[in-house]
Structure formats: structure tokens, C-alpha cells
Ligand binder design. Sequence first.
Ligand code: ZN
Length: 263
Amino acid sequence: MSCFFDTHCHLADANFSSDFLSQCLASQSRPSSAQKHYYLAVSTSPEDWLKTVELGRQYPHVFPAIGLHPWFVQDGYLQQLSALDDFLSVHRDAIFAIGEIGLDKGAGRPSMVWQEVVFEHQIQLAERYDLPVSIHCTKAFNPMLTHLRDSNVAGVMHGFTGGAVMAKQFVEAGMLIGVNSVLLNENARRYHELVQTIGLDALVLESDAPFGQNLPVSNPLSGLGDLSVKIAALLQVSEETVLEHSCENAKRLFLKGRDGSII
Ligand SMILES: [Zn+2]
């Protein structure tokens, strides 16, 4: 049985109309197929938290993650954070991670002072609610490492672009590396090297749908097969080995049952 775990997708995004989403999910999970699919559905702001949780109730293999993305941190961020805390306390049983959260030093992004407060607060929520995290990090790898080394959270560095040396430091800080279909670009040599450096024990797969690169247009959730073929070629193992390891890594992190066992 092949196991596909998409550890970062935006299923509540407007690009997935409810019909299109159910079509995409259905074509991935035919009852007779020898494939098992899991999706960590991340959210980015209070507007998509409830929809994400509802998708988790509607689809048994969709696992919601709730968080405030750095791009959507506003002047009234203390209110956003208390809304997040309230939401978590009400819906804790339906939530499997805090995300997408992070730091983004790109041009035109919200104040880093605000972002730092919001990120640190969400790390503390992850600790308090005993949840892993899904992290966005752009041009802020050193401050991010400091936060993570000072915390007890585990999680995924989603769409990691920091290179092989930096990736190893994040793995040592307790994180997995989320690999997506940017890897299919022939000129992505630095990314190829990263995958070869961290190996199968530290990587998980993600589509970042509907925003990821090189995704099949007819179904943006169906790209993990091509991605695993590429990783298999880079690591000189079978595609099945890539799927098995990446899926087990993701299940161990995100699907811990209350008693610590894996669902
Ligand atoms: Zn994302």
C-alpha cells in the first residue's frame, strides 16, 4: 500500500471550490486503490480557520492546522492572537497542528517586531496545546533557529529554501524539512543537494497547493507521485521507499493520538 502524506496544502483557499476540492480528493482516494492519502490542511488567518476545521470534519483524511501566517499579521495582532487561543480551546480535538506560522523578512511584509511577537506567541500555544507546527520562513533563518532552539516544539519547515547546511541545523533543532515540486526544476541544483544531504529520515512531502510550482492543473493535489520519483532518483532508492519513509515521518509528527499512539 502506497502512502502519500501532503504535509502542506491550502484546501480552504478560494481556488478550491467545494466541487473542485471534492473531485480532487475523490480522484486520489478510490476505495479500491492501493493508495492511502493524508492531507495537512493549513490555514493562514481567522477567515479560513473555521472552513479548514469543517473540511477536516467532512473528509476523514484531511487534518486541519490553524495559525496566523506572517503576511496577515495586523496592527491589532493581540486581538488576532486571543481569537486564535479561543478558537483552539473550542476546537482542539479537530486540530492537528499550529500553522501556517512563521517569519518573513521579504520586502513589503508586516513589521518584524509584530511578526516576532505573533510567532513566539504561537509557538507557546503549540507547546500549551501539545501540537506540532508548520513553518513558513523567508530570509529569517537565524532568528527562526533561535526561536526553535529555545522551544520544545517539533514541526516542519515548509517549502524550505535555506540550503543544505542550514537545513541540517533545523533538523538538529527538531524539525523536518518539507520538500515540494520546485525540486522538479532541472536547474534547482541547490535544492537537489539539500535533499541528498538531509536524506529520508528528515524529509516530508508537500504540494503547497494551490500555490505550489509544477502541480498538475487538473488536480493540484496529485503531484506527490512525480515528486517522490524525483527524490527516489536523487537518493538512488525506490519510489516506494520514499513514500513509505516520508509518510511515516509525517504520521509520527502530525497524527499522534492522545495516548501517543499513531492513528
Ligand atoms: Zn503555505
